[in-house]
Each structure stands twice: as C-alpha cells, then as structure tokens.
Design a protein around this ligand. Structure first.
Ligand SMILES: *Cc1c(COP(=O)(O)O)cnc(C)c1O
Length: 402
C-alpha cells in the first residue's frame, strides 16, 4: 500500500476558509474525496525491524497506537493548527481533557499559577481543588483588571490561565495585556478561547502561548460529540503535552476527529451567521421593559466593546440578559420559548437558553454568583442558525409571557 498523500492545496499562505476545507487532508491510495475515518486502535508493521524502529522514533505519518496518534485525528490537529496559526496541536477526548492536560503536563509541585476567577465550573475545579492537591499554588484574580494580574504575578509563576471571554456574563480578558505582564516573569500564557471561537481568534498574535478549545462547542457546532484541542509551539505540544496525554488516556477517538473535521469545514460560515443573528437580537432586546440589562460585546454599550473589536473583530455568538423579576420571571420566560431550547450546550446550530444560577453555576455560593454578576434573572443565550426573525419573534413573545 502506498503511503497516504498530503493535500498541497492548503498551506499556511492560504486564507482561513480554504484551510478549513482542505487543511491537513491526507488521502489513502483510494483517493477518497472526503476524509477517511481510520477506526483502528493499532497498526500492523511490515517487519519486526519496522516495529522496533517505530517504537524508537515514530516519524510524521507513522503510527503505533491510537492513544498516541491516528491518521484521522492527525488531520484534525493539522487543520485546526493551520487555522489558529500554531505550529502544532494535540486533540483530546473533551475540552476538559485539554484544559487538564495543558496544565498538568506543564506544572509541578512548587509552581505558582494565576488564574481568572470567572471560569467554567470544571476549569475552576481544576484550579481550586486539583492543582493545590499536587502542591501547585493558585491565585485567582478579577481577569478584567490588569493591575490585579500584575499584583498577583511572581517570579515563580509558571502559568496564567483564563477564558478570553467569560461565561456567562461575557467579560473579556485583554490577552495582549495579560501576556505582556505574564511574559515579564516568564510565565506561560494558557488561554481557554471557547467563547471567542477559532474563527475570531487572534490569541497567538496577541501573545498567548497555548490556546485551548472545547471542540464540543462551535467546532462541532451541531451537538454531536465531545472533543477538545491544545494548540501551541511544536516543542510545547510534542515535548510537554504529548508525553502526558498519550500516557494518561485523554486522546480523541478517530470517529470524533472525523465529526470535527467536517465541523471545521463549515465553522466560518456558521459562526459568522450566528454572530450576525446575535447582534440583531441584542439590538432588538436592548431597552426592552422586561429586561434589566442586555450584555453583548458587539454593542457599543458593552463596557469592553473596544477590546472586543480589537481582540475578536466581532461580538461573538453568545448573548446574555437579565430578566427583571429574578428566578421566577426568568423561568416563566424560559418555559414560554417555543423555538429556543432550554439546555446548556453552546455554539450549536440550535439556539439554546440557559439559566446559569440554577444549572451551570448552581454549585457556587449565592454571594460568589452575585460577585460574578450572575443574577437570579440572568439568561444566557447561545444563538443558533435558525432564521433570526423567528428567534426574535420567539424571544419577544416569551418576554410578553413574563
Ligand atoms: C464547555 C467548556 C469547557 C469544557 O469542555 P468539554 O468539551 O465540555 O469538556 C471548557 N471551557 C469552556 C469555556 C467551555 O465552555
């Protein structure tokens, strides 16, 4: 059998949408048009010598075991690395396997980490509960406050970790600002960039060293699978991340990689359409008498609108608003929705409304929620691909029911 051949149609010089369709593709001798799913955990060797040599050092395109690497997974890694503008990537079983892998592979007992306080619940659990158990000291700060980052950073700070746009109140962290401060003490900048999406990401240019996505969100974009990815320099991915991931079992399955490869083909179109709809809905909802506030970084009334423009060039696919009247009013609104679904995924083709105080953030103490701006009436909306006018009608009718 001939070696697989790499597509030459999508090198680093091509534009994003071309990379998303062709990047990383490897074809077998059949010349299949669509990416093949190599549903195999292992690989047969032509000889004992070949097996021996491959275990000493597997070259690019040589595989041993799917926990270490697989051709379909490799296509996904190469495609997303091309898009992000990174040297390399490691695909993981979920977004949390990526967050855990990047941190645990990089840190050891005695290290110090500074993180933003407004984090996805499981990320907060790793920083507050798991890392300290292994002797890593963690300081949490208000991610929007550069002075707080500066005050918390120390000569022994090994990494900073934050979400570039926080969930669910859509506060932005200034990647370039934090990276300049972190690099001054030699800390690695690890950014969870889910809410910014790979489409609007400029994280590497802004100074991030490592970028993480939960591919479960916009990269799949159709709610089918869990997945994640760690992106960074070839040295970081191959010498730090890969040994940790391949021996601890958080690798992506080939079938998942195939779903996500197909997701990448359409992500640019989907995310831009979802963003346009989110902007339209934010404008229609702003000033609505049943709402205490509307939060959308793409609107000029968002306190960090200028940062959103510089960092993402867009407002993104997420929108939050506070229904006046607290939990009861928010529940009445949610229960009156007909098109928008009540769930907790995001970045999906289906629009999804979430009540963070009673679901994703219910573990937090009420004071902590209040300090993070998560009120009892807050609703987070992930805007999907339905006709924006149907979404507007649905949401406005549901508000009438409050
Ligand atoms: C969903 C999410 C994660 C975790 O991803 P999974 O794929 O669910 O493991 C991490 N960070 C952010 C910001 C997320 O939204």
């Amino acid at each position: 059998m001939k070696d697989t051949e790499k597509t030459t149609g999508a090198g680093p010089a091509r534009r994003s949408r071309t990379k998303l369709v062709h990047g990383g593709t490897q074809r077998s001798h059949w010349g299949e048009l669509s990416e093949a799913i190599f549903l195999t955990q292992g690989f047969a060797y032509e000889s004992a010598e070949q097996a021996e040599r491959r275990f000493v050092k597997a070259e690019e395109g040589e595989y041993i075991y799917a926990r270490y690497g697989n051709p379909t997974v490799r296509m996904f890694e190469e495609r997303i690395a091309l898009l992000e503008g990174c040297e390399d990537a490691f695909a993981t079983a979920s977004g949390m396997a990526a967050v855990n892998g990047a941190l645990m592979a990089h840190l050891k007992a005695g290290d110090h980490v500074v993180g933003a306080r407004a984090l996805f619940g499981s990320c907060l659990y790793i920083l507050e509960e798991i890392l300290p158990r292994f002797g890593v000291e963690v300081t949490l700060v208000d991610g929007t406050d550069l002075a707080a980052w500066e005050a918390a950073l120390r000569p022994d700070t090994k990494a900073v970790f934050f979400e570039s746009m926080s969930n669910p109140v859509l506060d932005l962290v200034d990647i370039a600002g934090v990276a300049a401060l972190a690099h001054a003490v030699g800390a690695t900048v690890i950014v969870d960039n889910v809410f910014s999406t790979p489409v609007y990401s400029r994280a590497i240019a802004d100074g991030a060293d490592v970028v993480i996505y939960s591919a479960t969100k916009h990269i799949d974009g159709q709610g089918r699978t869990l997945g994640g990815v760690i992106l960074g320099s070839r040295d970081f991915i191959r010498k730090v991340v890969e040994p940790y991931m391949k021996h601890t079992g958080g690798s992506m399955s080939p079938f998942t990689a195939w779903v996500l490869l197909k997701g990448l083909e359409t992500i640019d179109l989907r995310v831009r359409a979802q963003t346009a709809a989110a902007g339209l809905l934010a404008d229609r909802l702003a000033g609505h008498p049943k709402l205490a506030r509307v939060i959308y970084p793409g609107r000029a009334d968002h306190p960090q609108h200028a940062l959103a423009e510089r960092q993402m060039g867009a407002g993104g696919t997420m929108l939050s608003f506070e229904v006046a009247g607290g939990k009861e009013a928010a529940f009445r609104f949610l229960n009156a929705l007909e098109v928008v679904l009540i769930s907790n995924n995001l970045g999906d083709a289906k629009s999804i409304a979430t009540h963070p105080a009673t679901t994703t953030h219910q573990r937090l103490a009420p004071e902590t929620r209040a300090a993070l701006g998560i009120g009892e009436g807050l609703v987070r909306l992930s805007v999907g691909l339905e006709d924006p006018e149907d979404l507007a009608e649905d949401i406005l009718a549901a508000l009438d029911a409050v």
